[in-house]
Write a protein that binds this ligand. Structure first.
Ligand code: NAG
Ligand code: NAG
Ligand code: NAG
Ligand code: NAG
Ligand code: NAG
Ligand code: NAG
Length: 386
């Protein structure tokens, strides 16, 4: 029998409990559970992509296996993807969703990645920035980047099943998931949405696949095979009795917009602070400053924060965004031109960062959130320190 994952076992238990009045043929239950998972993963594919597995030579697929259990997560270098769910948002995707969204800006304004969640996991990415809001119909939770709807039939649950099934195959790995309510989508952030999310994190499946500790990032050993929540949303509309939390709470009220050096206390009692650089809009430059100047400023700001990560507060979380947003000025910049530049004459932030990471090999960088990470080969490996 093929290895039966824990996930299939959970399915099988659920199915067999429903059918407990009847004799159960275990093999058939497994077949049914596998088919159910396949259906869920297919529905999740517009965000998850497909898991094509890893070659035996891959250094990134299970890279955390080399680190001891007692490694603190805040001591690790964790490459992440900013606006991870946008990886397949092209003009064709936008056109296919026109009936839901109406006209929008070109897809390049919203697109920040080109590798799917499964590809990213296999390529070593361990932090995912996911932006949620209702799907059309306001019933299920889906994925957006501002007014760009990304996949109207894929639910948050589908995508979580994708993470769970990947983790079952890679039990040494720990994955951080940052969840943020996405504004500008034209959908309501109502009590039902917040309750839906709250209940999702209280479910038995969540207890198995999410690190349960509250207000602290522990050691790798406790986080392996699981997701850890970086909660950027707020349960504003739920009764105060709904206070059970998992993961760490990075309160948006203290995450100053476009901040170059944010200090966000996420656990007062134990003095846990997140040091965050999230300067995405180059507001100091003239509107027509152009790609080279925009890239240079973004690179400077990112490196200033990364330098601090190598030198100070080693027991605190550092989170640096190397990503940047679209700017309508002439000439325009997009997340892609900021990350990758404009031809060989103007390198992007990612090309400029690669030698910096290599020069500082062995130092603590913390979490580094990237756009289009794959377009500069070796960048992820240089961050991890492979
Ligand atoms: C990616 O987008 C294209 C164009 O909209 C679509 O045909 C394709 O099915 C999408 N890929 C996935 C995995 O959903
Ligand atoms: C979803 O919510 C939006 C904003 O509140 C509203 O305009 C829209 O009609 C709702 N859609 C449905 C199907 O209820
Ligand atoms: C979770 O942690 C937060 C911040 O440290 C604290 O305010 C809250 O009371 C904790 N909640 C539970 C249920 O432990
Ligand atoms: C990229 O460079 C070309 C000339 O090489 C220029 O015409 C174009 O405006 C530039 N685009 C951006 C976004 O800077
Ligand atoms: C970036 O940093 C370099 C080196 O410190 C400096 O010469 C340059 O003026 C800075 N550029 C911007 C746009 O801040
Ligand atoms: C770096 O650390 C120094 C010393 O704590 C602080 O003054 C400065 O604001 C920090 N800069 C950044 C970009 O984090």
């Amino acid at each position: 029998m093929a290895p039966i994952t824990a996930l299939i076992t959970v399915f099988t238990l659920a199915v067999s409990m429903c059918a407990s009045a009847y004799p159960i043929n275990n093999n058939e239950q497994v077949v049914l559970a596998q088919a159910a998972l396949t259906e869920i993963l297919n529905r999740g594919a517009p965000i998850l992509g497909y898991d094509e597995g890893c070659s035996k030579k891959s250094k990134t697929c299970d890279w955390m296996a080399k680190f001891p259990d007692n490694t603190k997560l805040v001591h690790m270098n964790l490459p992440g993807t900013h606006d991870a769910a946008t990886w397949n948002y092209s003009d064709a995707t936008q056109a296919s969703l026109f009936r839901y969204t109406g006209p929008a800006k070109p897809a390049s304004v919203y697109r920040c990645q080109e590798r799917s969640l499964f590809q990213s996991l296999n390529e070593g990415i361990r932090v995912f920035d996911l932006r949620y809001a209702y799907n059309p119909g306001n019933d299920t939770i889906g994925f957006h980047h501002s007014e760009a709807l990304l996949a109207p039939h894929t639910t948050l649950e589908d995508v979580l099943f994708g993470f769970y099934s990947w983790l079952d195959k890679h039990p040494t790995e720990a994955v951080l998931v940052s969840m943020n309510y996405e504004g500008g989508t034209g959908t309501p952030n109502d009590a039902a949405l917040q309750e839906h999310l709250y209940n999702l994190f209280q479910s038995n499946l969540a207890k198995k696949y999410w690190v349960q500790s509250n207000g602290t990032l522990g050691i790798l050993g406790q986080a392996r095979g699981k997701l850890t929540l970086l909660q950027r949303f707020t349960y504003t509309l739920l009764p105060s009795t709904s206070s059970k939390r998992i993961g760490i709470y990075l309160d948006g009220a203290h995450w100053s917009d476009n901040g170059k050096a944010i200090e966000l206390v996420y656990n007062q009692a134990e003095n846990h602070v997140a040091y965050i650089e999230d300067y995405y809009y180059m507001d100091e430059l003239a509107a027509d400053a152009g790609t080279a100047a925009n890239v240079e400023l973004k690179y400077n700001v990112t490196v200033a924060h990364l330098k601090n990560a190598t030198m100070y507060n080693h027991d605190q979380l550092y989170l640096s965004f190397a990503s940047a947003s679209h700017n309508d000025a002439v000439p325009q910049v997009s997340p892609r031109t900021m990350a990758l530049g404009n031809g060989t004459d103007i390198p992007g932030v990612n090309q400029k960062l690669l030698p910096w990471f290599k020069e500082h090999k062995g130092k603590r960088f913390g979490v580094v959130m990237l756009d289009f990470y794959d377009a500069v080969p070796g960048l992820v490996e240089a961050i991890i320190g492979l």
